[in-house]
Design a protein around this ligand. Structure first.
Ligand code: FE2
Length: 425
């Protein structure tokens, strides 16, 4: 007797009407009409099954603080940073944990079972670090949560942050972060990248930096990050997040930079919802979109994944932690509307994210972990178009969230039509 058997699903690669069998937490078979019995059987005929969504870049310590202590009136990055500064002295471990718990429940309901969250280490008390380490353990059965030690107000800009970084890593934070474009000078930014990559190399940890989250076409920290990843042989372990300066860079320079990134095995993370709202604020018209060069990076064979970055925090007043919403925005901003391109946008919130995080056993093949999401959509295109309910979210072969299908009943005269927006009806 199997633990769980899902019947009749379509897969992101185009296979239709297959069954997926899960036993002892792992997928054991993917085939049409599996003849076994299971303790839990789910009829999901015609629905899309996907490996769980992965959020490659988030800030769980700041999430769900909307309105605390006040709302970001201008909606800008700078007012957001000021607001976070006002809020920080009032944070408590328990308040951070309670907000993080709520966010994790939202994420699970939307089918996101892996999140890489940056955590601000600028507070000497490291309250947010302690809170999110606790949450990482508490939610281990449900979510793979990775933490990045993030010096929000600069690594070299504030003396305390060098010690705070070491202490956060000693406490068990998984990844070394940074913010070179926020250091005092370009040279200091470059030095911070060098020191932080060397620190990661010494400790055997990955690197994930906010790198060039600016509209400055002359910022060069992505190049420096690629250089040190290559020099220290950290290929595949280093991630550049945001990389928005690349949007504004000279094309000739980018034609040199992208091969350097490829050679260094850099992962790139874009945050479409945030980049489109926070970048280009100094422009009149034409107004830059600010997101990094997703299409060109993917074409060069660089692993590009997407992050939600923010949900109802000082920088962003929207969101319900839905990675389909992120992919939908990314698709529009990057103009990835070709058939194969849409599939790549779905990959950016699933398999590519798993690669950025280095997740073990991710996928829908035999031997992979029994984690998946059943969506009220027939294929990837429909999932992106409708961002519909996640009917079942399954972790290690057990249902951890379920949702009713969304169907409207439209009454026109004597006729009643059920409308779920799927095509063909
Ligand atoms: Fe961020």
């Amino acid at each position: 007797m199997l633990d769980c058997l899902i019947r009749g699903v379509n897969l992101p690669d185009g296979r239709k009407g297959v069954d997926i069998a899960i036993n002892e937490g792992r997928i054991v078979e993917v085939a049409p009409c599996i003849g076994a019995k299971a303790a839990q059987e789910i009829d999901a005929s015609g629905c899309l099954a996907t490996p769980p969504f992965v959020d490659s870049h988030f800030h769980m310590d700041a999430t769900l603080t909307y309105g605390q202590p006040r709302i970001n009136e201008s909606g800008t990055l700078l007012e957001g940073i000021a607001l976070w500064g006002e809020l920080k002295p009032h944070l408590t471990v328990e308040a951070i944990k309670e907000r993080a718990r709520q966010l994790c429940r939202w994420a699970i309901a939307k089918g996101t079972l892996a999140i890489r969250s940056h955590v601000d280490i600028g507070d000497e008390r490291l309250l947010a670090v302690q809170a999110l380490l606790d949450i990482r353990e508490e939610f281990k059965p449900y979510i793979d949560l990775q933490l990045v030690a993030f010096p929000q107000d600069g690594y070299l800009r504030h003396e305390k942050n060098r010690g705070n970084m070491e202490r956060a890593l000693d406490m068990g934070v998984d990844v070394v972060g940074g913010i070179p474009h926020f250091e005092r000078t370009m040279a200091e930014g470059a030095l911070s990248v060098k020191l932080l990559c060397e620190l990661a190399e010494r400790r055997g940890l990955p690197v994930d930096m906010h790198c060039d989250e600016s509209d400055d076409p002359l910022s060069r920290h992505v190049e420096t990050l690629a250089y040190h990843a290559n020099r220290l042989r950290l290929q595949g372990r280093v991630t550049g997040s945001h990389l928005t300066s690349m949007h504004s860079m000279d094309n000739y320079y980018v034609s040199k930079l992208i091969p350097l990134m490829k050679e260094a095995g850099l992962n790139a993370v874009a945050n479409p919802l945030i980049n489109i709202t926070l970048q280009g604020r100094h422009d009149t018209y034409p107004k830059r979109r600010g997101m990094t060069r997703v299409k060109e990076l993917m074409a060069a064979g660089i692993n590009v994944s997407f992050g939600h970055d923010c949900v109802m925090d000082p920088w962003y007043s929207f969101g319900s932690h839905d990675m389909l919403e992120v992919a939908h925005m990314g698709l529009h901003v990057a103009q990835m509307t070709g058939v194969a391109e849409m599939r790549r946008m779905f990959d950016a919130v699933t398999v590519n994210g798993a690669r950025t995080l280095g997740l073990e056993g991710y996928g829908l093949e035999p031997g992979c972990r029994g984690d998946m999401v059943i969506i009220q959509a027939g294929d990837v295109h429909e999932a992106l178009r409708l961002r519909p309910p996640r009917l079942y979210v399954i972790r290690r072969g057990r249902i951890v969230s379920r949702m009713m299908p969304a169907v409207a009943r439209v009454s026109l005269g004597n006729a009643v039509y059920e409308v779920d927006f799927r095509y063909p009806a």
